[in-house]
Design a binder for this molecule. Structure first.
Ligand SMILES: *[C@@H]1O[C@H](CO)[C@@H](O)[C@H](O)[C@H]1NC(C)=O
Length: 177
């Protein structure tokens, strides 16, 4: 309930308050991670299970990783965030969590097709790299969030980690193949 109150506050603050370049740059970086992750999800969802058509998925997976790394760099370069900035970033993280959930669900559903092509271990490596990069991005963001908001910020990021873990668990089963 506190979180939804926060979002209502975010909506009004977004209209009323000037957001400095750092917060805006982080929101833009998160929005980039979100669209690259969405693109990965749609490519996996539209995939016909063929080997050649898996190549654009592998390529897009690399784009997701580099978008996450850019997000970390942007957060590292940022000054400590104001409360208003932290709230708008929290909202972007929440949006990203929904996207990551959908994309990880698509990847989980495609497990058998990847396994059939012996590509499951490659997907697993990608997932682990993305999860680790995403953890780094969360830490970089949290370091800039005002102390009073850190618990909330951390709760907002937690579902992203949980989604990666679900997919990693599914792909870990095919490890021995
Ligand atoms: C997606 O979110 C739903 C609802 O919270 C949850 O039950 C499901 O486990 C999540 N799936 C993934 C892959 O994160």
């Amino acid at each position: 309930m506190r979180v939804s109150t926060l979002f209502t506050a975010a909506a009004s603050i977004a209209c009323a308050t000037f957001v400095t370049a750092d917060g805006a740059a982080i929101v833009a970086a998160l929005s980039n991670v979100d669209s690259e992750t969405q693109e990965l999800g749609s490519r996996v969802q539209d995939w016909n299970g063929g080997l050649l058509s898996s190549i654009p998925i592998v390529t897009q997976s690399a784009h997701v990783l580099s978008a996450i790394n850019d997000g970390t760099d942007t957060a590292d370069d940022s000054d400590p965030l104001t409360t208003e900035e932290a709230i708008s970033i929290g909202s972007a993280v929440n949006t990203l969590a929904t996207t990551v959930n959908a994309t990880m669900t698509a990847i989980i559903n495609a497990h058998d097709d990847f396994e059939h092509l012996l590509l499951a271990p490659i997907v697993l490596l990608d997932l682990k790299a993305q999860k680790s990069a995403s953890d780094d991005m969360s830490s970089a963001l949290l370091a800039k969030v005002p102390t009073a908001l850190q618990a909330i910020a951390s709760n907002l990021a937690a579902p992203i980690d949980a989604s990666f873990n679900q997919a990693i668990e599914v792909y870990s089963i095919s490890n021995g193949i």
